[in-house]
Design a protein around this ligand. Structure first.
Ligand SMILES: C[S@@+](CC[C@H](N)C(=O)[O-])C[C@H]1O[C@@H](n2cnc3c(N)ncnc32)[C@H](O)[C@@H]1O
Length: 228
């Protein structure tokens, strides 16, 4: 199944969803830059319609509308709680369509652009990541830009322990609650379905994207632009 069991279920926990908005900044080095880069590269295409996969929390939807005010954004997310958060965060902006589900539940489009921020690392690399990317590309016009970013660590890499440790230290230095962080770190280490950057790029190619470029790196958080 092309879903994302385990860690993704956390986002269906009302408390986890309610406290979401400040967390990415504390965990991701250069989070604001990632959002500005995403907005800038998507705006290059002057899109009228944008698909935001995993866009429930509302943060990237906000960024997209700030950069392309004339666009409509379709935010697709399996968590009703995150969609409710996003809706409130965007003050029920009429330019946003909120769709509960996976990419397969999204309208067929075709859309002029798409994003998938901090989401694909939840999806297992057992065919589900590839199916998700293919289904997303199938919903884009030819040549449309796609910005995708997430944690990119190959768990089989002997250096991965050091890389996860650095992830933890960065979040600690942001002043996050120590106990919550220890728990979160264990979850990320054991349950996140992240892969290394080479595999991420291979999946984008296999899904049919071209012009793939790494446009963001903050420790082991990587972001790419690619074209359908
Ligand atoms: C860390 S949040 C990121 C939210 C938003 N993209 C942002 O940048 O603020 C990850 C989101 O991905 C959603 N998610 C998990 N698995 C997913 C899947 N297979 N397809 C789409 N969204 C998924 C979660 O429900 C959650 O809302």
């Amino acid at each position: 199944m092309a879903g994302s069991e385990n860690m993704a279920e956390l986002f269906k926990d009302p408390e986890h969803a309610a406290t979401y908005a400040n967390r990415p900044k504390q965990i991701i080095p250069g989070f604001d830059g990632l959002h500005r880069i995403t907005g800038q590269l998507i705006a290059e295409a002057s899109p009228k319609t944008i698909l935001a996969l995993g866009g429930g929390g509302g943060l990237e939807t906000r960024t997209l509308l700030d950069h392309v005010p004339e666009a409509r954004v379709c935010a697709v997310d399996p968590s009703a709680e995150m969609l409710a958060q996003g809706k409130a965060y965007l003050q029920d902006d009429a330019r946003v369509d909120w769709v509960e589900g996976l990419i397969f539940d999204a309208p067929e489009g075709p859309f002029d652009a798409a994003t998938c921020l901090l989401t694909l690392h939840f999806v297992p690399d057992d065919g589900a990541k590839l199916e998700t990317l293919k289904a997303l590309r199938a919903r884009l016009k030819s040549g449309a830009p796609f910005v995708i970013a997430h944690l990119s660590i190959d768990k089989a890499d002997p250096k991965s322990d050091l890389h996860f440790e650095r992830y933890l230290r960065f979040a600690q230095a942001s002043g996050m609650d120590e106990q919550a962080l220890e728990k979160a770190h264990k979850r990320v280490r054991e349950m996140l379905n992240c892969v290394g950057p080479e595999r991420d790029e291979q999946l984008l190619r296999e899904a049919g994207f071209s012009g793939i470029e790494l446009v963001f790196k903050g420790l082991y958080w990587c972001g790419w632009v690619a074209y359908a």
